[in-house]
Design a protein around this ligand. Structure first.
Ligand code: HEC
Ligand code: HEC
Ligand code: HEC
Length: 104
C-alpha cells in the first residue's frame, strides 16, 4: 500500500512538472543556424500579449512539440512561422534585426 501511494505521488508530481515545463515559462533553443542560435522565450511572448492559439494553429506551429517544423529565413521573410508577426507590424522586422533573434 505504501508503495502504491508513493507511485501515485510520483505520477502526480511528473504530470504537474510536465504541465509547467512549456512556454510561457520555457525557452526553446534553435541551434541549427550559422548566424548563431535563436533563443525563443515563451515568457516574452506571453508578456507581449500573444495567445497560444496565435502560434499553435494549423497554419503556424501546428504541434506543441519542439522540432516538428523546419524554419528557414526565406519562410520568415515570406511571412510564415516567426514571420507571421516579425514583419515590422506586429513585432520587430526580421530582415533588419538579425541579432535580436540570433545570438552567438
Ligand atoms: C509566439 C509563438 C508561440 C506562442 C505564443 C506559444 N508558443 Fe508554444 N511553441 C512555439 C514554437 C515555435 C514551438 C516549437 C514548435 C516546433 O518546433 O514545431 C512551441 C512549442 C511548444 C511546446 C513543446 C515544447 C517542447 O519542448 O517540445 C509546448 C508544450 C507549447 N509550445 C505550449 C504552448 C502554450 C501552452 C502556449 C500558450 C501559453 C504557447 N505554447 C504559446 C511558439 C509559440
Ligand atoms: C503571433 C506573433 C508572433 C510570432 C509568431 C512570433 N513572435 Fe516573437 N515576438 C512577438 C511580439 C509581439 C514580441 C514583442 C514585441 C517586439 O519585440 O517587437 C516578440 C518578441 C520576440 C523576441 C524578443 C526580442 C527582444 O529584443 O526583446 C524574440 C527574440 C522573438 N520574438 C523571437 C521569435 C521567434 C524566434 C519566433 C519564431 C519561432 C517568433 N518570435 C514568433 C510576436 C510573435
Ligand atoms: C524573428 C527571429 C529571427 C530573426 C530576426 C532572424 N532570424 Fe534567422 N532564423 C530564425 C530561426 C528560428 C531559424 C531556424 C534555426 C534552427 O532551425 O535552428 C533561423 C535560421 C537562420 C539561418 C539558417 C537557415 C537558412 O534559412 O539558411 C540563417 C542563415 C539565418 N537564420 C540568418 C538570418 C539573418 C542573416 C537574419 C537577419 C537579416 C536573421 N536570420 C534574422 C529566426 C530569426
Amino acid at each position: 500500500m505504501k508503495k502504491m501511494i508513493l507511485l501515485l505521488a510520483v505520477v502526480a508530481f511528473c504530470s504537474v512538472t510536465a504541465a509547467v515545463a512549456v512556454p510561457p515559462g520555457k525557452t526553446l533553443e534553435f541551434t541549427k543556424s550559422p548566424m548563431g542560435k535563436v533563443i525563443f522565450s515563451g515568457q516574452i511572448h506571453k508578456d507581449a500579449g500573444v495567445k497560444c492559439m496565435e502560434c499553435h494553429n494549423k497554419d503556424v506551429f501546428p504541434k506543441m512539440k519542439f522540432g516538428t517544423v523546419e524554419i528557414k529565413m526565406a519562410d520568415i521573410y515570406a511571412g510564415n512561422y516567426c514571420g507571421v508577426c516579425h514583419n515590422g507590424k506586429r513585432a520587430f522586422e526580421a530582415k533588419a534585426n538579425c541579432n535580436r533573434c540570433h545570438v552567438k
